[in-house]
Design a protein around this ligand. Structure first.
Ligand SMILES: NC(=O)c1ccc[n+]([C@@H]2O[C@H](COP(=O)([O-])OP(=O)(O)OC[C@H]3O[C@@H](n4cnc5c(N)ncnc54)[C@H](OP(=O)(O)O)[C@@H]3O)[C@@H](O)[C@H]2O)c1
Length: 298
């Protein structure tokens, strides 16, 4: 399948529109950025590693020389970096903020710059903190849409003990990742309840071959990373194909309050995008929001 032909037929021109992508220098973030540029969007790459981001920007400019691309430093595992980033976005018109940055399976004892368990601190708490810091833009309509990236494994991440997982580090890495992605699901639902006129879209990429298990953050042994990557090469979607779910989530019109875009193939692991919607689990959503608010105000 020619991915760009497929996209071209389904996604309207994005000329004059601005998209902010967190984690835009690798995997799904990189590929969705490429697809957005192909449709004429202005791109803000929010990345912690500026060297990597600049290399990717050069690659993009070779492909689409007239593109408007800006790189902003953004570390979702650091409250001070998030604050600085949010200040830079203040008063700017953003058609869509794509919350994509994330890590998988970090070692138990790693923490964020502010001392929270690394996986949940990055995947959920950092994203939550950013949205708190962007409160004005979410209220006054400067940000029109937010896309939240969760995962198929969120179904294994149900818990009644959010506080324990947000605060204490000695947890199983796999379970912690599942919980962080469940939290992303509730994050989206909370956002929709709190800002009814904001467009909020959930997306997951199924299983995608990206750098997520190869990254330094991932605690797998080297041989498991190699074997895992071979497995993903054979059985998973390419990052390019998975990114179409994020692209649709960021650009298509939706009629339901909390749409979700994910692969439509076997067990929703792979395939082209399918569009559905999710219910808002008010009690759980609010419980997580209250705990998160308490944590960040301490
Ligand atoms: N791949 C899958 O099968 C899969 C399945 C379900 C959900 N997802 C989700 O998809 C999203 C994208 O992951 P991917 O698969 O594309 O993995 P990836 O190739 O490893 O990309 C992850 C991106 O997030 C960035 N990132 C990590 N920690 C960050 C931090 N503290 N601050 C700012 N950026 C940070 C990385 O930056 P660096 O390059 O600096 O590390 C990278 O750009 C994640 O939210 C992941 O949970 C992936």
């Amino acid at each position: 399948m020619k991915i760009f032909d497929y996209i071209d037929k389904r996604v309207p021109s994005l000329e004059g529109k601005t998209f902010v992508v967190t984690g835009a220098n690798s995997g799904i973030g990189l590929e969705v950025s490429r697809q957005l540029l192909f449709k004429g969007a202005n791109l803000v790459m929010a990345c912690r590693n500026l060297e990597k981001a600049n290399k990717v920007k050069d690659e993009f400019l070779k492909e689409c020389p007239k593109s408007h691309i800006e790189i902003l430093r953004y570390d979702q595992a650091s409250f001070s970096s998030i604050e600085e980033f949010a200040k830079t976005l203040e008063n700017r018109k953003i058609d869509c903020l794509i919350l994509n940055a994330g890590i998988y399976h970090s070692t138990n004892d790693l923490v964020t710059q502010d001392g929270y368990p690394l996986t949940i601190g990055t995947n959920y708490l950092g994203a939550y903190y950013l949205l708190e810091k962007l409160r004005n833009s979410l209220t006054n309509g400067n940000i029109k849409r937010v896309v939240v990236t969760y995962s198929l494994v969120n179904v294994f991440g149900k818990t009644k003990h959010y506080e324990k997982y947000l605060l204490y580090v000695k947890r199983k890495p796999n379970k912690t990742y599942n919980i962080s992605k469940r939290m992303n699901y509730h994050l989206a639902a909370n956002l929709k309840s709190e800002y009814p006129s904001l467009e909020v879209v959930l997306t997951h990429p199924g299983i995608a071959r990206t750098n997520i298990i190869k990254s330094d953050n991932c605690s797998f042994k080297w041989w498991f990373k190699v074997a895992g990557d071979r497995f993903l090469k054979t059985f998973a979607n390419s990052a390019k194909k998975s990114a179409i779910c994020t692209l649709f989530a960021a650009t298509l019109p939706f009629s339901k309050p909390l749409p979700v875009v994910y692969p439509r193939g076997i067990f929703h692991y792979i395939g082209l995008p399918k569009i559905s919607s999710r219910k808002v689990d008010k009690i759980k959503d609010e419980q997580l929001a209250l705990i998160s608010k308490k944590i960040i105000s301490n």
